[in-house]
Design a protein around this ligand. Structure first.
Ligand code: ADP
Length: 300
């Protein structure tokens, strides 16, 4: 009941959206596709949910081929597209009924699966979907994607534009759905959400940079990473970028993340250089890499 993707490519007129993508999602795994805007996430989801044919390659979902068996796949998967799929003029309950009807089922028949999620929006069941908050729309869209009891769930950027509290709740809901035996493929541009997945694929410009557990990705960060801080952030970045030994320099919250090309790098040397550039209150300290740092390293 997993997903298998082999050498999938897809181009639009002006863009190579996916270039020779391969990966496996194990049955009952919570697998993340992590990448920025334009990485190819939506194209991949549309191919796996049979809404778009690949130019090359093959893929199976729950054992069915995405081209030959597309009708069978549509009954076995739930898909929550990035742009909300809801009918804004229909109420909460009407939306859910609509999706249940298309799949030849009823809300009552599968209520058990969506209960935890739907119960939170049920008090607003007569409200039009267009009038719901982002977090509530997201819960309704998830309920609609689940109403026919899919074996595999595809969620394309479900937390984009949703507030941090709702994002956290959403991931907790996903964990509970996984415990009910559903395989989940979820995409997100938020690097911090990678840690909530069993395994992730980091993707950029239609190519997979790395596939592994989030723990292994940061563990294999290849170099020593430093937090650098000074009073003038802009000047700090430009000075670091002109330092002859710099490998990577990018803002990271209140710090600049810095790596050096030398294996025997001594932070004192860098401090002396920065002081010569008239920067003051300079702090340089070692820090642990995050998924975002791994992403930056892999994409340079
Ligand atoms: P993501 O979901 O990661 O933002 P997409 O799959 O939407 O990525 O887009 C991948 C690339 O394909 C981008 O360069 C995008 O501009 C391009 N693209 C996506 N859809 C179309 C389309 N219908 N026509 C032309 N180009 C497209």
């Amino acid at each position: 009941m997993g997903i298998s993707v082999t050498n999938i490519s897809k181009s639009y007129k002006n863009a190579k959206a996916l270039q020779d993508i391969s990966f496996e999602v194990k049955p009952n795994e919570l697998f993340g596709i992590i990448g920025p805007d334009g990485a190819g996430k939506t194209t991949l989801f549309r191919i796996l949910t049979t809404l778009l044919f690949p130019d090359q390659g093959t893929a199976t979902v729950a054992g069915f081929d995405v081209v030959k068996d597309y009708k069978k796949i549509r009954n076995s998967v739930g898909y929550m597209p990035g742009k909300f799929s809801l009918y804004h003029d229909l109420t909460v309950e009407e939306n859910l009924n609509f999706f249940a009807t298309i799949f030849g089922t009823t809300i009552e028949e599968n209520y058990n699966l969506i209960k935890d999620i739907y119960i939170q929006i049920e008090p607003f069941k007569d409200r039009r979907a267009g009038k719901l908050s982002g977090g509530m729309k997201q819960k309704l869209a998830l309920s609609c994607a689940l109403i026919h009891k899919p074996k595999v769930l595809f969620l394309d950027e479900p937390t984009t534009g949703v507030d941090p509290v709702s994002r956290k709740e959403f991931w907790e809901m996903l964990k509970r759905l996984q415990q009910k035996g559903i395989t989940i493929l979820v995409s997100t541009p938020y690097m911090d959400e990678a840690a909530l997945c069993d395994r992730v694929a980091l993707i950029q410009d239609g190519k997979i940079l790395q596939i592994d557990t989030p723990e292994a990705i940061v563990k294999h960060y290849p170099t020593s990473l430093y937090n650098v801080r000074s009073t003038n952030m802009y000047q700090l970045i430009t000075s670091l970028k002109t330092y002859e030994h710099h490998h990577s320099v990018y803002p990271f919250g209140e710090f600049v993340h810095y790596t050096d090309t030398r294996s025997d790098f001594n932070p004192e040397d860098l401090k002396v250089y920065l002081e010569s550039k008239t920067l003051s209150d300079i702090q340089i300290e070692r820090t642990e890499a995050t998924i975002e740092d791994s992403f930056m390293e892999l994409s340079t």
